[in-house]
Design a protein around this ligand. Structure first.
Ligand SMILES: *Cc1c(COP(=O)(O)O)cnc(C)c1O
Length: 634
């Protein structure tokens, strides 16, 4: 296989562009995970998956790499520390993690642990999230930023949380919340830490830009903020106003959108100070992007800036506004969610089968016999004459002959066997044409879609709706690639179909080096298991997933990597069939009982033997307690 190297695979799948140094390919063709970069400890992903399977772990499998999570926490905080030093900034960095981005307990616990030294706090947007934060955060150095719709109960819990030694900041999202807050504070005798969320006029960019602008669902206008100050002053509570908050949306693809918002927010901040509100935190929200396609562009699945550039811009904009007005530098709070957790999770699924497209028809067709139909002989001639120079003409001829053959068949001039021969030779023509096209610098326009039309369909053991919901709902790109055999040339071009019976349950847009592609190069099936990884799925995908066709949560493992190898720290079993059925109100016992009764009458009628009844019963029970995904026969 000297004509294909792992370097070719690396370029083809763009792993170093989107992998952020966490993923690479080792010389034997497997993906490696290296949380500390190329010089640190590493683990071979295919070896890991095989060993996990050996221990009885099922696929699809979500793997979370704890060290990657730890690295992201350190990296983002580190970028701000660097920016502070270089800009001579006097405030400090206080990150908070927005729970909604990935609410899984193990993820939140690990983040709190890894963020302990940098005082990573939590951002909550609802009462349930507040209850989680209050229980998990155990010191006052970490902020709990309280957003979202707040009823009296929410506010009471937040204020009482202060008595536990926590530091919740109640951010006013709507002007009406202030009166309830003042009342609750008076009743409990607790002075709250208050923030205000500003509704900026600067708009975000990208698909998620709806969280800002004058008509956004959240935040106070400047005149409402000025009203809050007057009201707090009248209550002698102005010193409670500690934070200015804004959030312009998620996956901000252009640095310009951040800087515009920062400029506006910094002015509001110094303005507050001048009105006597000595606010000490400026919370710049989330929106730090993830370069899913590795293009470093302002495309929807990318970003045209680095984390460090973002940190510099945040710090520089705030410093400039503050220095100009002689206002002390505030502590900077960020609510990065996506940028913290995306890289750490990876979904591995196996391919259950392949539906060959005509593009796979490389085999030479059997030469026509003397007495075979003229159309068959002509089509075979087209096949034998395909050259890189003649592809366009050959394709047109092949299509014309196939169409003529179809009409001849409908009119009764061609029998079934002859039609099958036509289809077979046509497929071979397409295969040959495609092989030539792939060698060409420029593909003729009318043949551009040929690759996609003739692609194979690989059936993946996963549900798009459960594991990659944004791929379906927002057409977001996630990098997908085989995790092994990368030292072999991938001869197939394919799209993925998932297990659901929904025509949207597919993936047919892929990350590619130059531009998005509609097919993904994959390897010839060889009878052994073939594993594909969907990378960067740690943010939003795990919690938005839905049980379409009753495919539930996948199994999850947490893996930590060290010089001496890896260890599996946690195994979180995915949903069993009866658990998923219970979500939609089916009771396992009731279902079994109904089937038992049906079997009983079939027995009595003599339609079912005792042996069949026993087998059905045991399979039915196994089905109820088993994994919702098909399991490979071993
Ligand atoms: C969702 C959300 C975030 C997280 O945004 P990312 O783009 O994931 O960093 C931050 N702050 C608020 C208020 C949010 O609603």
């Amino acid at each position: 296989m000297a004509d294909w190297t792992v370097a070719d695979s690396a370029e083809l799948y763009g792993i170093s562009s989107w992998g952020g140094d966490y993923f690479a390919i080792d010389p034997d063709g497997g993906v490696v995970v290296q949380p500390a970069g190329p010089d640190g400890a590493r683990v071979s992903l295919p070896a890991l998956v095989e060993e996990l399977r050996g221990r009885g772990q099922r696929t699809p499998l979500l793997i979370r790499f704890s060290d990657v999570l730890a690295s992201r926490v350190r990296e983002i905080a580190g970028c701000f520390e660097r920016a502070f030093r270089e800009c001579d900034y006097a405030g400090s960095y206080r990150g908070v993690y927005p729970i909604k981005v990935n609410q899984q307990r193990q993820v939140v616990e690990e983040l709190i642990e890894y963020g302990r030294s940098t005082h990573l706090g939590l951002e909550v947007g609802s009462k349930p999230e507040l209850l989680v934060a209050l229980a998990l955060i155990d010191h006052s150095d970490a902020l709990i930023v309280c957003n979202g719709y707040k009823d009296r109960g929410y506010l009471e819990i937040a204020l009482l949380g202060q008595r536990l030694g926590r530091r919740p900041v109640v951010v006013l999202d709507r002007p009406q919340e202030l009166e309830t807050l003042i009342k609750v504070s008076r009743e409990l005798g607790i002075r709250p830490h208050i923030g205000v969320r500003a509704r900026l006029s600067a708009r975000g960019a990208g698909k998620w830009s709806g969280s800002t602008g004058e008509r956004s669902k959240f935040g106070l206008t400047v005149s409402e903020i000025v009203g809050v100050i007057a009201r707090l002053r009248a209550e002698s509570m102005l010193d409670c106003l500690e934070m200015l908050h804004f959030h312009i949306g998620s996956q901000i693809t252009e640095i310009r959108a951040h800087t515009d918002a920062l400029r506006e927010a910094s002015r509001i901040f110094t303005g507050l100070y001048e009105l006597g509100a000595h606010v000490r935190y400026l919370d710049v929200g989330g929106g730090l992007g993830v370069d899913y396609d590795g293009s470093q562009s302002s495309g929807d699945s990318s970003m045209n800036y680095s984390v460090q550039e973002y940190a510099y811009d945040v710090v520089a904009a705030i410093r400039e506004a503050c220095d100009e007005r002689r206002v002390p530098h505030p502590d900077i709070v960020t609510e990065c969610g996506r940028a913290l957790v995306s890289h750490a999770s990876l979904l591995v699924f196996d391919v259950l089968g392949v539906n060959e497209g005509a593009g796979a028809g490389f085999l030479a067709p059997r030469p026509p016999a003397e007495d075979e139909h003229k159309l068959i002989r002509e089509l075979h001639e087209v096949w034998s004459g395909v050259t890189p120079e003649s592809v366009q003409e050959a394709y047109h001829d092949a299509v014309r002959l196939k169409e003529e053959a179809h009409s001849a068949f409908s009119l009764g001039y061609l029998d079934l066997e002859a039609r099958a021969r036509v289809e077979e030779i046509f497929a071979s023509c397409c295969g040959r044409i495609l092989a030539c096209l792939r060698e060409l610098e420029r593909v003729p326009e009318d043949l551009e879609s040929l690759e996609r039309e003739l692609a194979d369909v690989f059936y993946g053991n996963f549900s798009v709706f459960q594991s990659l919901p944004d791929s379906w709902a927002l057409e977001q790109l996630f990098p997908l690639m085989p995790i092994h055999r990368l030292d072999e040339r991938p001869a197939r071009r394919a799209t993925f179909a998932d297990l659901t019976c929904d025509s949207d349950g597919k993936i047919d847009r892929f990350v590619a080096p130059r531009q998005e592609e509609r097919v993904l190069p994959l390897h010839e099936p060889d009878g052994r298991p073939y594993y594909v990884g969907a990378f960067l799925v740690g943010a939003y995908q795990e919690t938005l997933g839905e049980v379409h066709n009753l495919f539930g949560d996948t199994d999850t493992v947490h893996v930590s990597i060290s010089e001496s190898g890896y260890s599996v720290e946690q195994v979180i079993e995915g949903d069993s069939v009866d658990e998923v059925l219970a979500y939609v109100q089916y009771d396992r016992r009731d279902l079994s009982e109904r089937v038992r009764r049906a079997a009983e009458s079939a027995l009595r009628r003599g339609d079912l033997t005792l042996q069949e009844a026993a087998l059905l019963r045991s399979r039915y029970q196994q089905g109820l307690t088993g994994y919702t995904y098909p399991e490979r026969e071993s």
